[in-house]
Design a protein around this ligand. Structure first.
Ligand SMILES: [Zn+2]
Length: 165
């Protein structure tokens, strides 16, 4: 059952009134609007919101408020390759398979940079370089850099490095 059905039952107020709340949880990074609230998913990188004990993907709410119901079997995917970006223009509807392929590609990001490069990327960011410029410098995707700098994959890298010691 999607959030619209819940709303019809009068249990939730999942409508445009949620948008100011969602907007208050976003920060602008380059041309992306990144979620600073709760995350969920395989890589713990998908924005979610809990209302009356039920979790909803924020990307789905944003999409449905702006463009209408999402047809069965389709999911919100990201052109920009950043799963926690909620800039509507960076979203498109795809099948579960598209999304799986998306996250499979992302699953490999942990192997792309070593610890020294991660530290260097963090320094670059602290010195004011954009995510895109850092990504270009290391020859990886912007989501790789975003996730590494924000700690999403760093923990994994640390574990790998500890194993070797
Ligand atoms: Zn984006």
């Amino acid at each position: 059952m999607n959030w619209r059905s819940y709303a019809k039952q009068g249990k939730l107020r999942l409508d445009r009134s949620l948008i100011p709340y969602i907007a208050s949880k976003l920060i602008k990074v380059d041309d992306h609007w990144l979620w600073t609230g709760s995350l969920h998913g395989n890589h713990r990188d998908r924005p979610q919101i809990k209302i009356d004990g039920t979790n909803y993907y924020v990307a789905r709410i944003v999409w449905e408020v702006l463009y209408g119901p999402i047809p069965d079997g389709l999911e919100v995917c990201h052109k920009c390759d950043i799963p926690n970006c909620l800039e509507p223009r960076h979203m498109f509807l795809g099948t579960h398979k598209d999304n799986m392929f998306d996250s499979l590609k992302k699953g490999h990001y942990a192997c792309k940079l070593n610890i020294e490069q991660v530290e260097e990327a963090k320094k670059d960011k602290a010195n004011g370089m954009t995510y895109q410029r850092i990504a270009d410098k290391f020859g990886v995707g912007i989501s790789t850099i975003y996730n590494i700098i924000n700690g999403v994959t760093y923990l994994h890298l640390k574990e790998v490095s500890n194993d070797k010691q």
